[in-house]
Design a protein around this ligand. Structure first.
Ligand code: GLY
Length: 360
């Protein structure tokens, strides 16, 4: 995977790698869309593993290109400034990255709606359909990590409160009693009352989109890390994780939507699966739960069958995590390498290897 990162960086892409085509050629975005932070994250992890300075230089170069996104009205800039800046500081103690991450967190807080207790998607959110000030989705729960991190850096408690409230609101809106997750919700902007639950990218409004379940696992394991005193996060993190474990298919690699009637012939989503593996590793560490680690290892073993090999048996470049499903509804990159799938897989592997010491 590190060879894949290096070859991509050496090819000097004109924008941030987003997903790749059937030949492994990256489709890029000029401003990082919602995924640019994962490219920076892959470069940072590659530096951590190899110690080769060029990876850190690339990571910082690409991080700087995210700065203009501070102004964008989207909750998903939490991904940009957590993985694209805070993670560099957490791993390498880099002040420039910390400053950018804090700026990103403050700009995120400026989008917070205190009456509803949630950061809405925003009018520029990179989502498939309804966006704006009365919508939220579970994908954004990881904002809690960026906001709590920035609170620790600055001593500003409001950042932390905002992050915690946002995560709690997403649990209320999107997580069902049995632990299954519906991706999105509309709410009353004055009272925060939920109006409807629906999906942007799943099969249907009442089905469980694989990445919704996985983003909930990730956001809640981060919430447990950053707000360990809030028992409700521990309970919700266990609930969504147990649901995943009970419902994932026998080979541990999730179908793109748990309720697609075409199962067992439906598409898989390896990116949902790598997010879930990374989350189970975090939760096993936080709760000292060996079972989650075992399940993460089984999941990663299965995912390794989807990584292009180094021995030339595949025409594509080695180190790609294939079979991610970006957006089945609009037939966009439904069986492809996705940059965030790569990121969470590499993060998981380095976690297992013991390379990653701080919690990221
Ligand atoms: N909205 C983030 C995702 O597509 O997973």
């Amino acid at each position: 995977m590190i060879r894949r990162v290096e070859e991509t960086a050496m090819s000097n892409p004109s924008g941030f790698p987003h997903y790749s085509d059937d030949f492994g050629r990256w489709v890029t975005t000029p401003d990082g869309d919602w995924t640019g932070g994962f490219w920076v994250g892959l470069l940072s992890l590659s530096y951590l593993e190899t110690g080769r300075e060029e990876f850190l230089n690339w990571a910082k170069e690409w991080m700087r290109k995210l700065r203009p996104r501070i102004r964008s009205e989207t909750v998903f800039k939490c991904f940009l400034f957590y993985y694209g800046a805070a993670v560099i500081d957490l791993l390498f103690n880099e002040k420039e990255a910390a400053d950018l991450a804090v700026e990103g967190a403050r700009s995120l807080q400026a989008l917070y709606n205190p009456s509803a207790g949630v950061i809405p998607l925003g009018r520029e959110a990179e989502e498939a359909s309804s966006v704006g000030l009365s919508e939220t989705n579970i994908d954004s729960t990881v904002a809690v990590a960026l906001l709590c991190y920035a609170s620790e850096k600055t001593g500003d408690q409001r950042l932390r409160e905002t992050g915690i409230n946002h995560a709690l609101a997403n649990v209320r809106y999107c997580v069902r009693g049995d632990g299954s997750v519906i991706q999105s919700a509309s709410f009353n902007t004055a009272s925060g009352e939920p109006i409807r639950r629906y999906t942007h990218k799943g099969y249907g409004d009442n089905t469980i989109w694989g990445r919704a379940q996985a983003w909930a696992m990730l956001g809640l394991s981060q919430a447990v890390r950053w707000a360990p005193e809030r028992g409700e996060f521990i309970e919700a993190a266990r609930r969504v994780t147990e649901w995943w474990i009970k419902n994932v298919s026998g080979d541990y690699v999730a179908f793109w939507d748990f309720n697609d009637p075409r199962i067992p012939n439906a598409l898989k989503d390896t990116s949902a699966t790598s997010i879930a593996a990374a989350s189970m590793l975090k939760l096993s560490r936080l709760l000292n739960e060996e079972r989650y680690r075992d399940l993460a290892v089984r999941t990663l073993n299965s995912l390794s069958n989807y990584v292009t090999p180094v021995d030339g048996r595949d025409d594509r470049p080695p180190g790609m995590l294939t079979s991610g499903c970006y957006n089945r509804r609009i037939a966009l990159a439904t069986n492809n390498e996705l940059v965030w799938g790569d990121y969470y897989l590499l993060e998981s592997l380095l976690t297992l290897k013991g390379t990653i010491k701080p919690f990221i």
